[in-house]
Design a protein around this ligand. Sequence first.
Ligand SMILES: Cc1cc2nc3c(=O)[nH]c(=O)nc-3n(C[C@H](O)[C@H](O)[C@H](O)COP(=O)(O)O)c2cc1C
Ligand SMILES: O=C(O)C(=O)c1ccccc1
Length: 380
Amino acid sequence: MTSALSGLRERARKNLDPVHYDFFAGGAGEEVALAENERAFHALALLPRVLRGAAERDLRVTLPGARASLPVIVSPTAFHRLAHPDGELATARAVAAADTVLVTGVASTIAVGEVTAAARAVRDEASVWFQLYLHPEQDVTTALVRRAERAGCSALVVTVDSPVFGRRERDRRNGFHDLPPGLAAENMRDLPGAAPGKPLDIAMSPALSWDHLRRLRDVTALPVVLKGVLHPEDAALAVTEGVDALLVSNHGGRQLDAAPATVEALPAVVSAVAGRVPVLLDGGVRGGSDVAKALALGATAVGIGRPVLWGLAAEGAQGVRQVLELLRAEFDNVLALCGGRSPADLTRDLVVARATAATAAWGTSVGPQAVRAGEGSMPW
Ligand SMILES: Cc1cc2nc3c(=O)[nH]c(=O)nc-3n(C[C@H](O)[C@H](O)[C@H](O)COP(=O)(O)O)c2cc1C
Ligand SMILES: O=C(O)C(=O)c1ccccc1
C-alpha cells in the first residue's frame, strides 16, 4: 500500500470508534484470506513491454449497464454512516465525480433512491448498481429489486458467498452486533413481513440455490452480476444460467477464511468463462499495479472495498475522491510503464510469478522460468 493510502487509513483509524474501525478492517477467522488478498498481488510481477508507441492512454471500460472512466469500481460495503455523517451520500457524490460505478446495497444507511439522486446531482449519467442477497422469500427479493429499479440502478449485484455470516473475531470480541441508535439498513424498511418502522433483518440463507437466482431473473430485466464466485465450475454454471457478469470475490476475507486470494482464483474463472461475460475481481486491490495485474489476468475491472471506507472516514466525499484519483493516476502510470495504451493491452503474458526465496537461491533458472510461466499454465 502506498503511503498516500496508508495515510488515509491512519486518519480513518483516528476518526473512527475503534469498534467500528475493527468492523471495517477485520476479516473472518484468523484473517488469513484478508492478508492473502494483498500478499498474492505482491507475489506477482509485471513484465513490461517497450517501444510500443503508445502515446496516449484511454482508461475507459464498458460494463453491464455502465461505462466507467477507469477500470476501478466501488464494491458494496455496509454502513457508511459509521464512517462519516454523510455516509453513502458522500460516497455517491465522489464516485459520480470520478465517473465510475458505485455498488450500493441492502446494507446502506441511506435509502437507495437518495443515493442515486446524490450521484445524479453530480453527473446526469452516473451509474449506480444495487447489491442484494437473495432472500428465501421471493416477495422480499422482488420488493428490493423494484426499489432498485425505481431508484434508477442499472444492474443488480447478487452476493452469493454468504449462505451464512462469516465468524468475525474482532466483532465478537468487541461485542459489535447492532448499529447505534439512529442508524439502520434503510433499504430493508417497508418490505413484506417487516413491522412498521422497523427494517427487516438482512437475510442470509444456506438453502438458496440456482432456482432462487432464476426466480430473480424472472422478475427483472436488469443485468445481473454474480458476486462471490471462486470455483471455476460455478463460473461456468453461472454463465449457463445467463448471468451478465461475474465478480470474483472472497468478500474481502470476511466469509470463508480458508478461501484463496482472489487474484489466485481469477485465472481459472477467466478460463472457465472463456470470454462469454465480463469477469470482475475485488479483494486486496490497493494500488495501480494491482489493477493492472488483475486486468492482465483477464478481469475487465476491479472493485475496491476498504480503501473507500478509509477515504470516507478520513475526510468524507473528498477522501473517497482522493482514493479514486490516486488509483487512476497510479494505474495510468503502470499502464504507460508496461507500454500499453488501453486496458485491453494488458495481456496474460505480462504477468509472472515473482521468484520465491527458494528458486532465487537456486540461481539461474529464475529468469527463463519466470518468462515461460506467462505462456502456459498458471505460474503459482
Ligand atoms: C466493512 C465491509 C462491509 C461489507 N459489506 C458488504 C455487503 O454488504 N455486501 C457485499 O456483497 N459485500 C460486502 N463487503 C465486501 C466488499 O464488497 C468487497 O468484496 C471487499 O471489501 C473487497 O475487498 P477489499 O476491502 O480488500 O477491497 C464488505 C466489506 C467490508 C470491508
Ligand atoms: O460486513 C459484511 O461483510 C457484510 O457483508 C454485511 C452484510 C450485511 C450487514 C452487515 C454487513
